[in-house]
Design a protein around this ligand. Structure first.
Ligand SMILES: O=P(O)(O)OC[C@H]1O[C@H](OP(=O)(O)OP(=O)(O)O)[C@H](O)[C@@H]1O
Ligand SMILES: O=c1cc[nH]c(=O)[nH]1
Ligand SMILES: [Mg+2]
Length: 216
C-alpha cells in the first residue's frame, strides 16, 4: 500500500466562521487572537479523533457493569507550537489536551529569501517513539517552516504517522513538500488557498498571522 499525505478541511460551520473573522482585514488584534484560539480548539477536536490513544475496560455504573473507553494515560501526547503564530492555536488545543506536554519551537522566515531559521528549540534530544505529536502553525506557505519543524521532530524519533498538523490556511507549495517527504502525515486545515504572492504571502490568506495575533 502506498501512503499519501492526507489533508482534511473539516466542513464545520464554526471553523468557517472563525476563518472568516480571521481573514477580514478589519478584524482587530484582540478578536483575531480569539479567532485563532477557536480555530485551534475546533481543528484540534477534528484532528485528534483517530489520534488520541484509548484503552478499553469496564466500569460499574450504579446499576450494572458496562464496557468503557478511557484515554490511555501511558501514551505520551505532545503539542508543538511553531512560534510565534502557532501560539494562538495552542491556547485552543490545550483546552482539549490539558495533559499534553508542550515543546516550543521558534522559527522565523527571512522576509527576502523566505528561508526559515530556528531561534528556539525546547525539544528533548530523543522522544519516546510512541509519542503522538500535534503541531500548531496557522500558515503553511512555502513550506520551509513546517519542513524544518518536521525535520527536528523526526530526527528525535517522532513517527510522522503519529503526527498531526493543524493549520488555518494551507497553500499548495507547502502541501507538496510535505507530501513528498512525509506521505503518512495528516494535516487538518480550515482552508486550502490558491497560492502565494511574490512576497511569499498566501493569497487570499489572512496576512501575517504572527503580527495580527500579537498586534505587532
Ligand atoms: O511556509 P513558510 O513560507 O515557511 O511560512 C509559514 C510561516 O510564516 C509565518 O511565520 P513567520 O516567519 O512570519 O514568524 P511569526 O510566526 O513569528 O510571525 C507563519 O506563522 C509560519 O510559521
Ligand atoms: O501568508 C502568510 C505566509 C506566511 N506567514 C504568514 O503569516 N502569512
Ligand atoms: Mg509572521
Amino acid at each position: 500500500m502506498t501512503l499519501q499525505l492526507r489533508v482534511y478541511v473539516p466542513p464545520h460551520p464554526l471553523i468557517k466562521h472563525w476563518l472568516a473573522v480571521a481573514r477580514d482585514a478589519a478584524t482587530p488584534s484582540v478578536l483575531f487572537k480569539s479567532a485563532m484560539k477557536e480555530l485551534g480548539r475546533w481543528l484540534t477536536y477534528e484532528a485528534i479523533r483517530d489520534w488520541l490513544p484509548t484503552i478499553e475496560t469496564t466500569v460499574q455504573t450504579p446499576l450494572a457493569e458496562c464496557p468503557a473507553t478511557f484515554i490511555n494515560p501511558e501514551v505520551p501526547l505532545v503539542v508543538v507550537p511553531i512560534l510565534r503564530a502557532g501560539l494562538g492555536l495552542l491556547e485552543g488545543a490545550q483546552t482539549l489536551l490539558p495533559l499534553a506536554s508542550t515543546y516550543h519551537i521558534g522559527l522565523v522566515r527571512n522576509e527576502e529569501t523566505l528561508e526559515a531559521s530556528c531561534y528556539l528549540n525546547k525539544m528533548p534530544e530523543q522522544f519516546n517513539p510512541q509519542t503522538r505529536v500535534l503541531i500548531t502553525d496557522p500558515m503553511l506557505a512555502t513550506g520551509g517552516t513546517i519542513m524544518m519543524a518536521m525535520a527536528e521532530l523526526t530526527k528525535r524519533g517522532i513517527d510522522p504517522a503519529l503526527t498531526r498538523i493543524i493549520s488555518v490556511v494551507a497553500a499548495p507549495p507547502a502541501l507538496q513538500k510535505l507530501s513528498s517527504a512525509y506521505p503518512g502525515l495528516i494535516v487538518y486545515t480550515a482552508m486550502i488557498d490558491e497560492g502565494l504572492n511574490s512576497q511569499g504571502y498566501i493569497v487570499p490568506g489572512l496576512g501575517d498571522a504572527g503580527d495580527r495575533t500579537f498586534g505587532t
